[in-house]
Design a protein around this ligand. Structure first.
Ligand code: G
Ligand code: G
Ligand code: NA
Ligand code: MN
Length: 254
């Protein structure tokens, strides 16, 4: 399609950029960031993933875009290694199933991390439950190999997929991210609060890091803390920032 061709051209013309949203602990201190993809379109301005990811996926372009994301993210993480203020920060990267299923995904990731001079332990790969829809055994085997190499895994949008619970036992996860729909529900109704609390408690009892997404108000932050979440992300702390603005955010918040 024309859209697929324009996405391919964007990759070739280097029109994609990463923005970084801070992840904070209970004190509000920054412990890492999530890399989020944007298309700096020559005429339409900054486009979010909702404007192009599903077309890219359908056109089979996600492995190529994912490679660009990983290379760019690793370059940024390498820069963070040079500064005492940023060298301990982890970087979370969203990975799609088509990309993870590429036969050379593991070797390339290890090689790229080595070439960039970054420790795998600072790289957190975010998967959604949808990756387990097609070939869960292969995905689980790959995750174990990557975990062996030191990479960390986070299960994104946790609770929104129907199969979430069966995977919690089998996966080498370090973190779950409670979807922002549960966070907003928690501050809106009793039932919403029960669900958010039980999800957080389950994660904690499974010894997982539990991150609450989409924190927009101090009240939501306080509720999710009370429920046992230890990490937080959302507009209350910061919107996604350019690499330069993230550096500024870190200096101002130290
Ligand atoms: O940043 P924003 O809220 O617009 O992101 C919307 C969605 O796009 C999120 O669900 C996020 O997981 C996804 N997304 C953002 N960046 C990337 C990326 O680099 N790769 C993939 N595969 N998905 C991304
Ligand atoms: O699905 P994923 O968790 O990767 O999506 C991250 C997306 O959530 C980003 O595109 C980001 O812009 C968005 N986001 C981050 N914090 C907030 C928030 O506090 N409120 C809302 N509505 N969206 C948020
Ligand atoms: Na994500
Ligand atoms: Mn999410």
């Amino acid at each position: 399609t024309a859209k697929a061709r324009s996405i391919q051209r964007a990759l070739y013309n280097d029109e994609f950029v990463l923005v970084f949203q801070p992840l904070v602990d209970r004190t509000g201190g920054i412990i890492g960031a999530e890399a989020l993809l944007r298309w700096q379109h020559p005429s339409k301005g900054m486009l979010p993933p909702s404007e192009f990811i599903s077309e890219a996926q359908d056109a089979g372009l996600m492995p190529a875009i994912g490679e660009w994301v990983i290379a760019s993210a690793f370059r940024e993480l390498a820069l963070w290694q040079e500064n005492v203020l940023t060298r301990h920060l982890s970087l979370s990267i969203n990975i799609t199933v088509d990309h993870l299923m590429q036969h050379n995904f593991i070797d390339e990731l290890i090689k790229n991390a080595k070439n960039a001079g970054i420790p795998a332990s600072l790289v957190k790969l975010e998967l959604t439950e949808s990756v387990f829809a097609s070939d869960p055994d292969t995905i689980v085997a790959r995750m174990k190999d990557l975990a062996q190499a030191g990479f960390k895994f986070s299960l994104d949008d946790f609770g929104t997929g129907f199969s979430s619970l069966s995977y919690l036992r089998r996966l080498p996860l370090e973190q779950i991210k409670i979807d922002r729909s549960f966070v907003s529900a928690a501050s809106e109704s009793k039932k919403g609060a029960v669900i958010a609390r039980i999800i957080a408690q389950m994660g904690a009892e499974l010894s997982l890091e539990v991150l609450a997404e989409g924190i927009e108000t101090a009240e939501q932050w306080s509720i999710m803390q009370r429920f046992g979440c230890t990490l937080f992300q959302g507009f209350l702390f910061s919107r996604p920032l350019s690499a330069a603005n993230l550096q500024r955010f870190i200096c101002e918040n130290k």
